[in-house]
Design a protein around this ligand. Structure first.
Ligand SMILES: C[S@@+](CC[C@H](N)C(=O)[O-])C[C@H]1O[C@@H](n2cnc3c(N)ncnc32)[C@H](O)[C@@H]1O
Length: 393
């Protein structure tokens, strides 16, 4: 239904004034010829010292920031009319979506429903992993009193956020038939490539088991000391039947297959080895958060114009190199029959390496234009991605 933009925005403001009804607001997309203050804004009511505040969360593409406002202060920020193309509002008994067209018209969609506000402040975000769980103490994330060690807090949060994405990704892949439903006789197989001290490996095993999902997990790391340490911990925890470790190069691992491949900060081209292994072994779901990106950086010798505007600045060249690496990786995955997305899996304050590539094997054959796009990009920068070499592209 089309209506005037002013009327539509007014309706949202009226709802925002009634904090007892307000559940959630999301501002996203960009209106034609307009700049938005950030990529996306999420707003929810939170209870702080007995008062309702509106908590605004926004990302600048690297870090997430949150700030609390009284309802009136929030309305006075004028964000509803600050260039966003989509406004999604949930109140207790209905949702209202407004899409602002190129002509500045408001297309409104209303849907009845029951929505409940979660008034908890983000600092109280429910923990997925209980820091006092014995395995977290054994692997060295928590101290002997069950508290996360300050030096391990970032890793603990990275692992937790990784799992927050793994579980729904897995459930959707199972529902869509891309991954077979696991059973005790045919457990889900997961490999963690470049597992290091296996914080993620153990957490994935323990968390999925706690959710009743039968799993068999293998951690691969080139370091023999990691294999010995991790297998000893598995033995001590009495879980070595369903979790084990091998000291192998990813590219030469003796592991033949896995339903799910994960990798958290596998160094430089070890991420390419992980992706190549996954494609060649027909892994159905892949979640990798790459680490440093030296391969393409080193190949970015000649800059095609007008890109020197960016590359003459060291930090921008480095970031562009990171993006180019991951974009090329994603395109190769797409051309290999995967549906691929890039996700910011954790706020930048916990690691600057916070991009995750998620790929689901759908078998879809990519359009020839996608192959051309890939070839053009590689030719433009005169680069040959490690993943392309590994997959003989
Ligand atoms: C930065 S650490 C990350 C470890 C772990 N995933 C984590 O997030 O705590 C990278 C790990 O990858 C391992 N690694 C690097 N290149 C590898 C390769 N080609 N094959 C196997 N392991 C590799 C290293 O030994 C190291 O333990």
């Amino acid at each position: 239904m089309a209506t005037t933009l002013a009327d539509a925005l007014n309706e949202v403001v009226e709802t925002l004034k009634k904090s007892e009804n307000f559940v959630r607001l999301v501002l996203s997309g960009r209106r034609r010829n307009m700049e938005t203050p950030s990529e996306r804004i999420d707003v929810k009511p939170v209870l702080i010292k007995g008062e309702i505040k509106y908590q605004l969360s926004q990302s600048d593409g690297r870090a997430m920031t949150t700030k609390n406002y009284s309802p009136n202060e929030f309305i006075e920020l004028g964000l509803l009319d600050s260039g966003f193309a989509n406004i999604h509002l949930e109140e207790k008994s209905q949702s209202l979506s407004i899409r602002i067209t190129k002509k500045g018209e408001a297309l409104i969609h209303r849907a009845p429903g029951e929505f409940a506000a979660d008034l908890s402040h983000d600092r109280n975000k429910s923990r997925l992993l209980d820091a006092a769980d014995p395995y977290l103490i054994e692997i060295g994330i928590s101290d002997s009193t069950g508290k996360v060690k300050p030096s391990k807090n970032d890793k603990y949060l990275q692992v937790e956020e990784f799992l927050r994405l793994l579980v729904p990704s897995l459930n959707s892949a199972i529902e869509a038939g891309h991954v077979a439903k696991p059973s005790p006789s045919s457990p889900l197989t997961i490999v963690d490539l470049g597992c290091g001290h296996a914080y993620l490996t153990f957490a994935a095993h323990q968390y999925l088991k706690s959710k009743g999902i039968p799993v068999n997990v293998v951690g691969i790391d080139v370091r023999e000391s990691a294999r010995v340490r991790n297998n000893e911990i598995a033995e001590k925890l009495g879980i070595s039947e369903s979790i084990s470790f091998r000291a192998e190069e990813i590219s030469e691992t003796t592991l033949k297959s896995a339903d799910v491949a994960i990798a958290l900060h596998a160094c430089d081209t070890a991420t390419d080895d992980a992706l190549a292994w996954s494609v060649n072994s027909d892994a159905k779901l892949i979640l990798v958060a790459p680490c440093c990106h030296h391969d393409i950086q080193a190949q970015m010798v000649e800059t095609p114009e007008p890109w020197s505007m960016l590359t003459r600045n060291g930090i921008m060249k480095e970031r562009l190199g990171d993006l180019l690496t991951d974009a090329l990786r994603m395109q190769i995955m797409k051309l290999s029959g995967y549906r691929v997305e890039a996700i910011e899996f954790i706020g930048g304050e916990h690691t600057p390496r916070n991009l995750m590539i998620r790929a689901v094997k759908t078998g879809a054959i990519a359009d020839s234009a996608e192959e051309q796009r890939y070839q053009e990009m590689a030719a433009l920068w005169k680069v040959k991605p490690a993943l392309a070499a590994l997959l003989n592209r």
